[in-house]
Design a protein around this ligand. Structure first.
Ligand code: FAD
Ligand code: UDP
Length: 410
């Protein structure tokens, strides 16, 4: 038995895992079921990583690190997670909230249409007749039900399509992307804006994956069940890095790779988020700061809700990118009170308490990451897994799939 920084590292574990988010928890469970004894060290005081949810002081189930909607086409991942949770059938729908010079006929009213921008959005933006005409033209060019990225659409030489692409770029992409990344859509990795393509369809869901839903009792409960196995021990509030040096068997590391190597090649750039949680009560709905004081406003929620949709994207104005209302995601029934979150994105500086949420994918940063990766590869016992450790823009299902694959390989 060895003591390192207050942590007892007993030698009775076959595998050490740093981090109890999707990467750590899914691989821990899969390895435990192979008969491996697994020690999971988690720096935070809770499991679940960025998918962690909990009740706020008003009793609303919130996602502490930003709204998470589960969606996948990977049946294996869905079946695996479904062993630890039932699902609330939930299809995510998002609208863009856009300043409307015409005011929808009333002061303060705004234009709103589905995002991803689709055939319905076209009609909302250009009127039924013109919208339909443009929609038919797009379908003739690309095909019905096709997804076309904004960067691809902007390449189209047809003047009418080019003008439309310009409209969508201006009203949906450029300001939102500047807020989120501090850069224009054409200057960030194309796969990022491709996540939200123009969709030549009437399907107004944000995702088209076959399996979508929210864990019925929340993500944290799902993680609790996943980690509840006689071969798994979880220790919270423990930084795994000092312990890793002492470990003799395989290590799965799911934290920041630059931090793991003491930033020896320099820090990897990330974006962080500030979350502003606000709790609203029915009686507050005409209070200052309420964006939809008019009871007939098309985006105003009725009764116990703040807004009509789980997420409203502010694609042109405001400093935040989007507002999400948790009760609309989770289906929690809690009369008279609701909690929303506004997301503000900025550069990650590494200051105490900041969380690196998004890797900034570009050739220069990928090259820096490759140096850290090469360093990690010198230790045949070290496996980098997860959004931070792999410096990738992975969704939850992708990480779960990679964790299952790694567990199989080990
Ligand atoms: P994380 O969840 O970051 O977990 C890593 C864990 O490792 C953390 O708990 C951390 O504390 C711990 N750790 C780090 N270093 C150490 C150390 N040295 N010692 C011990 N522990 C350590 N995906 C979707 O599919 N749908 C969504 O709707 C969605 N929404 C998102 C919204 C936001 C705002 C963000 C930021 C992400 C969203 N994602 C979404 C992505 C999702 O969060 C990730 O795919 C997932 O959380 C990745 O899991 P992970 O285990 O790789 O990383
Ligand atoms: N995006 C945008 N306008 C929107 C929605 C998305 O410009 O209304 C762009 C933006 O660059 C964003 C990217 O598409 O970062 C991916 O959006 P997604 O909703 O997938 O981001 P996430 O939920 O991961 O933050």
């Amino acid at each position: 038995m060895q003591e390192r920084d207050g942590v007892i590292l007993e030698q009775q574990f076959d595998i050490l895992i740093a981090g109890a988010g999707y990467a750590g928890a899914v691989s821990a469970r899969a390895l435990a079921e192979q008969g491996k004894r697994v020690l999971v060290l988690e720096r935070r005081d809770h499991i679940g990583g960025n998918a962690y949810d909990c009740l706020d002081k008003h009793g609303v189930l919130i996602h502490k690190y930003g709204p998470h909607i589960f969606h996948t086409n990977d049946k294996r991942v869905f079946d695996f997670l479904s062993r630890f949770t039932q699902w609330r059938d939930y299809q995510h729908r998002v609208v863009a909230n856009i300043p409307d010079p015409a005011g929808g006929g009333k002061p303060g009213w705004r234009l709103q249409y589905p995002v991803p921008f689709n055939l319905t959005s076209l009609e909302e933006a250009f009127g039924k007749e013109e919208g339909k005409k443009l929609g038919d033209k797009l379908i003739a060019a690309y095909g019905a039900e096709k997804k076309v990225t904004i960067l691809e659409l902007r390449q189209n030489p047809d003047p009418e399509i080019a003008a439309l692409a310009g409209y969508v770029y201006e009203h949906v992409f450029v300001h939102y992307t500047m807020k989120q990344w501090g850069q224009k859509p054409e200057d960030i990795d194309p796969s990022t804006t491709a996540r939200v393509p123009v969709f030549l369809s009437r399907d107004d869901r944000y995702f088209q994956d076959a399996c979508q839903g929210m864990p019925l009792e929340g993500y944290t409960k799902m993680f609790e069940k996943m980690l509840d196995h006689p071969n798994i021990e979880v220790r919270l509030g423990v930084d795994a890095r000092p312990v890793l040096k002492e470990a003799e068997g395989p290590i799965i590391y799911t934290g920041q790779v630059d931090e793991l190597f003491d930033f020896k090649f320099g820090p990897l750039p990330y974006r962080t988020l500030d979350f502003a949680f606000e709790t609203w009560r029915e009686r507050d709905c005409s209070a200052p700061g309420m964006p939809y004081p008019d009871p007939d406003h098309p985006l105003r929620g009725d009764g116990d809700f703040f807004q009509t949709h789980a997420t409203v994207n502010y694609t042109m104005d405001e400093d935040y990118t989007r507002i999400t209302e948790f009760k609309r995601l989770t289906g929690q029934e809690l009369p008279g009170v609701t909690t929303i979150v506004k997301e503000y994105s900025r550069a990650y500086t590494g200051a105490e308490g900041e969380i690196p949420y998004y890797a900034i994918i570009n050739p220069e940063n990928n090259a820096l990451y490759a140096k850290y990766r090469a360093e990690a590869d010198r230790n045949p016992n070290l496996y980098l897994l997860g959004r931070l450790a792999e410096y990738k823009y992975y969704n939850m299902d992708a990480i779960a799939a990679r964790a299952l694959e790694l567990a199989e390989r080990l």
